[in-house]
Write a protein that binds this ligand. Structure first.
Ligand SMILES: Nc1ncnc2c1ncn2[C@@H]1O[C@H](COP(=O)(O)OP(=O)(O)O)[C@@H](O)[C@H]1O
Ligand SMILES: [Mg+2]
Length: 360
């Protein structure tokens, strides 16, 4: 991958929750890369660490969660006085409540959630909330902020946007609320939008409309989207690249066409076998489900975390050795001991870079 194409480089990220009952290793050494302008889907069963990975990037973890190791290099491009300024910032080193990460949240990276009420207030009009978000980051007057907010509501497909400025969230349908949240996320023109299961709570028609909207916005605004989902149908429709997660680690990453046509990790293979295939005669047949259950987070298996459920597990190897990340193609990696054969390179990372180094 060309270095200037890189937007996000997550290296060996570990995030843990220090609870009274023990340590939950929610994210246990996650590495992946994201290119500028792409839609990257992160997919995996519930509880595998997708949300915590996203929240770690933005440093919005709930107590008692903490990033304990790893790097999150964000390749930021901003226009300052008409000049392009590029910086590489290790988000993992920024103070969670410090001015640097606050400046990045919303302005460079915005996040939307499954439940719009996570980020919308029930006691303020949506217009006021969006205007406030705009004025937090941009030096504009109240009337300019209002114009911009109306334009954003129009852009996300809310009819009669000037009138809707005065609406409260309870006056909007689920789909409209989701659109209002997207408008708020877009208020400062982020280069990366993280969407965490944005359509999971919606009916299929509304889901399709919101996905269409995200795709349009990405193309029009030149944004990159990190789309978190448990739904492989959404991945097939939206992704350029896909990261498959299992129990706090990345099972494999690659271009969506490659991963769907030639899945390498036994977990990805099992996931793909578990979805209905359009056009195939599945009537009367049962779909495969993945054997076993995701283990409880306090007792992670040793070795490869997937080995207790894996059909191809090698005794005395997969239960002992943590699989390395193996490069099996350009921009294609898999973390599985089946591919750990001499000759195939494991991924090597660049030397650690200092935080906030400018590369003008
Ligand atoms: N506040 C918390 N306290 C303790 N454990 C948590 C907390 N939030 C999430 N976890 C644990 O972190 C793991 C990953 O969760 P999450 O990232 O939300 O999964 P996903 O989004 O893939 O469904 C789970 O085992 C979950 O129980
Ligand atoms: Mg989640």
């Amino acid at each position: 991958m060309n270095k200037s194409d890189l937007l996000l480089d997550v290296i060996d990220l570990k995030t843990q929750f220090f609870t009274d009952d023990g340590i939950v290793r929610a994210v246990d050494g996650v590495s992946f890369q994201m290119k500028r302008g792409e839609t990257l889907c992160i997919v995996g069963e519930s509880g595998c660490g997708k949300t915590i990975t996203a929240r770690s990037i933005l440093q919005i973890l709930d107590y008692p969660g903490r990033v304990v190791d790893g790097q999150i290099f964000f390749h930021r491009v901003r226009l300052v006085d008409g000049k392009e300024v590029r910086q590489i910032i290790d988000l993992a080193t920024l103070k969670t409540r410090g001015p640097e990460i606050r400046d990045i949240r919303g302005k460079d990276i915005a996040m939307i959630f499954q439940e719009p009420m996570t980020s919308l207030s029930p006691i303020h009009t949506i217009g006021n909330q969006i205007m406030e978000a705009i004025r937090l980051h941009l030096p504009v007057s109240k009337s300019e902020a209002r114009e911009r907010a109306i334009e954003l509501l129009r852009r996300v497909g809310i009819p009669k946007p000037a009138e809707r400025m005065d609406a409260y969230t309870f006056q909007l349908s689920g789909g409209m609320r989701q659109r209002a949240m997207i408008a708020m996320a877009l208020s400062c023109g982020p280069s990366l939008l993280i969407a965490d299961e944005p359509t999971t709570a919606l009916d299929v028609t509304t889901q399709a409309q919101i996905l269409d909207l995200l795709r349009e916005l990405k193309d029009d605004l030149g944004m990159s989207i990190m789309l978190i989902t448990h739904d492989l149908g959404v991945v097939a429709e939206m992704a350029d690249d896909v990261v498959v997660m299992y129990l706090g680690v990345v099972a494999e990453q690659g271009n969506v066409v490659d991963v769907f046509h030639d899945p390498r990790h036994p977990y990805t293979q099992a996931l793909l076998r578990s979805i209905p295939k359009y056009g195939l005669r599945t009537a009367g047949k049962r779909l495969d489900s993945i054997r076993g259950m995701v283990p409880d987070p306090y007792s992670r298996p040793t070795g490869c975390p997937y080995h207790p459920r894996c059909d191809r597990m090698i005794p005395d190897k997969c239960d002992r050795i943590t699989p390395p990340t193996i490069q099996i193609g350009e921009d294609r990696v898999v973390s599985c001991l089946l591919y750990d054969v001499p000759g195939l390179p494991t991924r090597s990372y660049n030397a650690p870079q200092p935080a906030l180094c400018e590369v003008r």
